[in-house]
Design a protein around this ligand. Sequence first.
Ligand code: AMP
Ligand code: GLY
Length: 426
Amino acid sequence: MKILILGSGGREHALAWAVARSERVTEVVCAPGNGGMAQSARCVPVNLKDVDAVVRLAETEQPGLTIVGPELPLSLGVVDALKKCGLRVFGPSRGAAMLETSKGFAKRFLQRHNIPTAKYAVCTTSAELRKAVDAFHPPIVVKADGLAAGKGVIICTSRQTALEAAQGLFSGGLLGEAERQVVIEEFLEGDEISFLCLSDGTHVVPLLPAQDHKRIGEGDTGPNTGGMGAYTADELLDPAMSDWILRHIAEPTVRGMAEEDTPFVGVLYCGLMMTARGPEVLEFNVRFGDPETQAILPRLDSDLVDALEACIDGRLRETELRWTPGASACVVASSAGYPGAYKTGVAIHGLGAAGQVPGVQVFHAGSAEVGPQLLTAGGRVLGVTAAAGSLEEALARAYQAMAEIDFEGMYYRRDIGHRALKTLRK
Ligand code: AMP
Ligand code: GLY
């Protein structure tokens, strides 16, 4: 079977690697892909903002299965468009993707279905804003309603700054004219967990829970990024808690979406805060997480293509996923300056030696193949990933491989997984 993967980041490289392990897969095509994917798959250029162009590409390629990586094409209805042409595609419809594309929709949905989440107010006018901000105690969380590439959440220490931040979102370029909507939210405290599940619209099968590191600096300091690392570990969430999250959050969400005639087929990523009151939903994503996917998939011991097809065909009830016991870690190497301005086109060295470290996979996020050379082509460049029997061992392997890699200005956090190591050792 030919598989088409839409996207060009580390998540998509991990997906391409995982589907290539399936005996049923004969060819992997990535659109647009990156330098790492080009080494094992065929990459074809496409503008993922152009749904018609994606449809034309898929009609030419005729893949047996298309997997959509990022949220943007999902928000534009790429799944609906491909399905209309009779193509098999893994991902939610545009309507179901609203769980990620509108935070106001997600919050109201959670409330309608009694799924635990922070108290909130959805505001569309300055008067509503003032009233909402008065009703919350600082710190106050201010969120842009739509997709904001990680820049839409502002945590404010006073009502005044919350008001200014929200007004800034109203007047700034982040919100489109049609979506002048801001969510004001209660601040939640606790550990964050990324709880990803497969859904066929009715049934839910969880993947391994993971944690990511969003900040650029060690000790979780500095500006937010697309993710500087992620890890999984068998001890991260005990089975009773996992089961609770499944019954009280993931399953009610999928049931609610089905009841509202927008059945959710795809990956439901529940971003949770483990508060003193219990787990509460911070956000939904409607796709695989990045870099969580790079940490999760190397531990998958079942056929990913079978599982994704079971979602499309409504057969998830019969599907059980097997996982290699232990842990995994993905450490991201970024360009100097990221998440601010950075240089690209810098030669990457040492990938061969890094790949020799047992249990290691190097997933590319921002690289390009130029002739015989691999050059940097993004802020996040590589996700060096290792699986092992314990988190300590997985991290040791990932850092050992990282030490083999070099490019000018390369930066990575040396403390990935350290928060977990502290709690796991207790
Ligand atoms: P979101 O895009 O909603 O996931 O928010 C991005 C990040 O902002 C989350 O991963 C949290 O670290 C933080 N965040 C979002 N909502 C809250 C909240 N209500 N309380 C505390 N932190 C939050
Ligand atoms: N790791 C966060 C995300 O994928 O949105």
